[in-house]
Design a protein around this ligand. Structure first.
Ligand SMILES: Nc1nc2c(ncn2[C@@H]2O[C@H](COP(=O)(O)OP(=O)(O)OP(=O)(O)O)[C@@H](O)[C@H]2O)c(=O)[nH]1
Ligand SMILES: [Mg+2]
Length: 425
């Protein structure tokens, strides 16, 4: 996962929504109409379209580059694209909609500030759309722009658009997301994507690009809620016998003179120097890789953490919200490798507490999770973890469950229960 950045003119967004609703076509349209593609790239897309017999220019081929993607007409892996307009830079993650690739969608959304939700206006919000929006919100995305797509097929009728607006507003309110914007578009024809269209005279809002340019960047809810965090990646031993600790700064900047706690040992000390390959820093910003020299001798190892106040929690038992991607169900008693920041340990599922019903965002009593379910579990670990609630920090608040035998990632997990889901009576 990427660090939280402070760069204000950069917006990271991910496309989310059900299979075939038009996410890749919309991104293709956005890139073509803002002239991000070179002529030879466009020619390659046109050539591939004709070769595959899908018309003159299948815009989904701009991001769907894998052979299997073009043959099956679906997105499988996340495609990252970079775009720049006169007012803003964008990092775009075009995610797959197929339920089988929900894991990839979660990866794409995990670094996004904003979700560009694509909904086929002739069908409305599907369960998979709701699942994606729910996962995006759990992953910390706090802004939604919704493209009510295929309006050409809906003959630009206002009713299906209004129905989507109502559903989106209800969903966003439950997830604690303010002011979702819904735009009626045809990604295929380019209406209201970059260029305003007069096909919907009843709509007076922005185009998709206009909404993306106006959206505040860095919409991450947890910014400012934790102190500096430096998960120790490497311990550097110097000829003098001194140890320094290398890793990436997260949460808040770290500076010489800062009082830090070494965790889980619980040793209080002070930062003496913050070094980089380019010399010492007066302040190391979030995202910077540094080598930290401490005032006292300390016995830390890889996987330990240096932290400034407000401090994280040290625990070997936690409640987490998990997105389960294993083919076999997740049940009580299972054992996994837990990878949290730079630490790896063994974890046991003490209890599967509940499953999230993505259609109405409630928790149902359930002691197992099936593939692509979202649920709440209690996990205990062999070694203590140094965690923050996911809502406060994306890095220290998340971990993955890995199959010990195959090394496959089976779940993405966030520390804490989902705030939106109230237990059912
Ligand atoms: N008529 C019409 N067809 C569209 C529009 N947008 C997309 N399509 C078509 O819908 C189909 C699916 O489009 P994609 O862009 O591949 O959909 P996707 O959401 O990226 O699909 P996955 O990535 O597999 O989830 C393609 O045949 C597109 O040409 C639109 O605005 N109008
Ligand atoms: Mg796609």
């Amino acid at each position: 996962m990427a660090p939280q950045t402070q760069v204000m003119d950069l917006l990271r967004f991910a496309t989310v929504g059900s299979v075939d609703d038009g996410k890749s076509t919309l991104i293709g349209r956005l890139l073509v109409d803002t002239r991000q593609l070179f002529d030879d790239q466009l020619e390659a897309v046109a050539h591939a379209s004709v070769t595959r017999g899908v018309g003159d220019l299948d815009l989904s081929f701009v991001t769907d580059g894998l052979r299997a993607e073009r043959e099956q007409g679906i997105t499988i892996d996340v495609a990252y694209r970079y775009a720049a307009t006169p007012t803003r830079k964008f990092i775009i993650a075009d995610c797959p909609g197929h339920v089988q690739y929900t894991r990839n969608m979660a990866t794409g959304a995990s670094t996004a500030d904003l979700a560009l939700v694509v909904v086929d206006a002739t069908a409305g919000l599907k369960e998979q759309t709701r699942r994606h929006v729910c996962i995006a919100a759990l992953l910390g995305v706090r802004r939604l722009i919704v493209a009510a797509n295929k309006m050409d097929l809906a003959e630009w009728a206002r009713d299906p658009f209004d129905a989507i607006v109502t559903d989106v507003e209800q969903l966003a309110a439950r997830l604690g997301i303010d002011n979702p914007i819904v735009v009626p578009v045809s990604a295929l024809n380019g209406d209201n994507v970059v260029d305003p269209s007069d096909a919907a005279p009843w709509y007076d809002g922005p185009t998709v690009l206009g909404a993306l340019e106006a959206a505040p960047a860095g919409g991450w809810a947890g910014e400012g809620k934790v102190g500096a965090r430096l998960p120790v990646q490497w311990v550097l031993r110097h000829p003098t016998g001194k140890r320094t600790y290398a890793g990436m700064v997260d949460g808040a900047p770290l500076a010489p003179g800062d009082e830090v706690m070494l965790l889980p040992e619980g040793i209080r000390t002070t930062v003496r120097r913050v070094a980089t390959a380019d010399g010492d820093l007066a302040v190391a910003p979030v995202g910077r890789c540094v080598d930290v020299d401490l005032a006292d001798d300390t016995p830390a190892g890889r996987g330990d953490m240096l932290a400034t106040a407000p401090l994280p929690e040290v625990t070997d038992r936690l409640v987490a919200t998990v997105c389960w991607f294993g083919e076999e169900p997740l049940t009580t008693g299972q054992r996994f490798r837990v990878k949290h920041t730079t630490r790896s340990t063994i974890g046991f599922v003490e209890h599967v507490d509940a499953r999230v019903d993505v259609n109405n965002l409630t928790l149902e009593d359930r002691d197992y999770l099936e593939a692509n379910d979202i649920g709440v579990v209690t996990i205990s670990t062999a070694d203590p973890l140094v965690v923050d609630p996911y809502g406060h920090n994306r890095i220290t608040g998340s971990f993955v469950l890995v199959d010990e035998r195959t090394n496959a990632t089976l779940a993405g997990a966030m520390v804490g229960a989902p705030s939106f889901a109230a237990p059912q009576p």
